[in-house]
Design a protein around this ligand. Sequence first.
Ligand code: MRU
Length: 371
Amino acid sequence: MKVDGKARRSIWVNADGWSVDVIDQTRLPFEFEVKNLQNLEQACAAIRDMVVRGAPLIGATAAYGCYLALREDPGDASLQGACAALLATRPTAVNLRWALDEMQRELGAIDPADRGRRAFELAARICEQDVETNRAIGRHGLDLIEKIAAEKDGAAVNILTHCNAGWLATVDWGTATAPMYMAQDAGIAVHVWVDETRPRNQGASLTAWELGHHGVPHSLVVDNVGGHLMQHGMVDLCLVGSDRTTRSGDVCNKIGTYLKALAAFDNAVPFYVCLPGSTIDWRIDDGLEQVPIEQRDGSEVSSIPGKSASGAIETVSITPQHTPVVNYAFDVTPARLVSGLITERGLVDADREALSSLFPEQATTPSAESG
Ligand code: MRU
């Protein structure tokens, strides 16, 4: 997507032809900084510290992290060690495991001497695939928006989104944002309610920044207002992303998504989840029992970064010192609350039969307990 008129992706190969650049998302929206990754440790830190975040981008960064490790040492131990270190960075987004499985499957069997070059090509392929996948998700989601727009006689289609499932969370286009960008580009009136998404404010700091740069009308709202908006008919559609969706359609996404799904269900507002096939964990059924939910440091809740009146970027405390804090980063929305899943292969019901028929090659994936 564009930043100040210049086409941008969230990750790319540096002009030196070997190291990897990423947008430092911890500095947005006030500073646009590029971080250069030159080795495995830096790639792991970028994921752990959320310099890069969002399930598909975490996967793409892990693929490049694996390449950077093999560039230094292409041996078997290096490959295993790199994948283990990357997998340990964050537990919930399954694209991390997906990307590392891809790398190990393709690199494990080849001559170590070829691994560095091959890993570089594979990481680039994962990035190109991501862009094409999100474009396809965008087209399928656009159909949904067009149907609602047709009923609204030219009035804007009001879409509520939670967290940032935008181009910053992927390589380009985003998942939940791709239909919004395509509707905007097609001249269909849309307006996006952007949940601030405490505690790290991915909505306020990243989604609002992205939509602003693409000229998509939007309003920032606190996380607790969505239900009220739905009760008053001010939301036509919810579009969110996912970090891990089970083969039975249970959806894990940023904390607070479940509450939005409950409000949508109670007010008959369509609640769609946009995700690539690589975000479906074909080994598990029960999201509540089987998806590992990340818990992050309490300081993310007890303090908040922002720009002061003097223009300084500062972090301030919002609670008395030593207040005990619990910080769950994700929750699970049961399939029964999901109107549908928007994938690169099309819209599908959030259930096992429908998903298996859309992804028949995955129907025989062994489940985790027997895997
Ligand atoms: O903690 P984050 O910022 O990595 O969480 C991101 C989300 O929950 C996104 O909605 C999800 O990864 C989908 S990104 C296309």
